[in-house]
Design a protein around this ligand. Structure first.
Ligand SMILES: [Zn+2]
Ligand SMILES: [Zn+2]
Length: 296
């Protein structure tokens, strides 16, 4: 496993549990919030103290502030500002990731399950948005979102955003970059029987994307992994459709392996056929996700 600290000078990074303990304190959380409101502006000690708690003893305030400096806060001649780690945390706190709860009751999304024909429904609970078949339970999308993403949203607009958000993450995975930590991923094609998750037997093959750095391990269908291939985008465009703005769960060729054939497993080679108005796009994909496209 490569050690990423080689490529950047690692500062005095606390271990993750210490970092959480740091912001578990009310005053320190308030300092993050106060600095987050003016993210690119240095704030003097006295100004910051009056924004957080003007009544607090200056020595006590200084103690809490100094705990954050280096980890979440920078200090220079212009005053105190949030470091990028502090800003990322501030945005999560603002989005309500850690302290708010929201629920969206199941609603129909206008899709019949490809496997059993029942209605597919969207639902949000416990920080997770899911598209699930009401008949066979097949999961079409599973996305961690902060409550702010669903609060007050119309369902159509929410579906649009979830589609684009998932596409953006899947594109990073498909291009071999971890969307969580930007490390390089290990990529492999694996047979479905090696994948231990609910409903994985519905597909034949998965693209397994594994981050040795942060531990993210993600599985994509072959179709979802090639969603942004130039050959795919231009094929659909030539048939009058912008494939980058169709909800990905409406693309049967990407959500099932109905149109996929395994040509070889050593080395891996699979062929995916996408049809539109009588024309077929054949995509031959190898184990490095290199794609050869042919129209007929
Ligand atoms: Zn179903
Ligand atoms: Zn990662």
């Amino acid at each position: 496993m490569p050690d990423d600290t080689d490529t950047a000078s690692a500062g005095a990074g606390a271990d993750p549990e210490d970092a959480f303990a740091l912001i578990g304190n009310e005053t320190r959380a308030a300092i993050l919030r106060a600095l987050g409101e003016t993210p690119h502006e240095g704030v003097s000690f006295s100004d910051l103290r009056s924004r957080v708690d003007a009544e607090m003893d200056s020595g006590q305030f200084n103690y809490h502030l100094s705990q954050l400096v280096g980890q979440f806060v920078d200090r220079d001649d212009d005053g105190y500002t949030l470091r990028s780690e502090g800003l990322a945390l501030y945005r999560q706190i603002r989005a309500g990731t850690f302290n708010r709860r929201a629920t969206v009751e199941p609603f129909e999304i206008g899709l019949d399950c490809y496997f059993c024909g029942s209605l597919v429904e969207g639902e949000y609970e416990d920080g997770t948005f899911e598209l699930t078949c009401s008949g066979c339970g097949h999961v079409y999308a599973h996305t961690q979102l902060p409550p702010s993403a669903v609060e007050g949203a119309e369902t159509d607009e929410l579906l649009d955003r979830v589609d684009q958000y998932n596409r953006h993450r899947m594109l990073a995975y498909a291009r071999g970059v971890c969307p969580i930590c930007a490390s390089a991923l290990d990529t492999a094609l694996v047979p479905a029987e090696d994948v231990w998750s609910d409903g994985s037997d519905r597909l034949d093959v998965f693209v397994d994307l594994d981050c040795g750095h942060c531990g993210a391990d993600h599985f994509l269908s072959v179709g979802l992994a090639v969603l942004y291939e130039p050959a795919v985008v231009s094929f659909f465009r030539d048939h009058g459709t912008d494939v980058t703005s169709l909800p990905h769960w409406e693309l049967e060729w990407a959500m099932t392996d109905e149109f996929l054939g395994v040509r070889s497993t050593d080395p891996w080679e699979v062929a995916l056929e996408v049809e539109r108005d009588g024309e077929t796009l054949e995509l031959v994909v190898d184990e490095d996700l290199a794609v050869e496209a042919r129209r007929s």
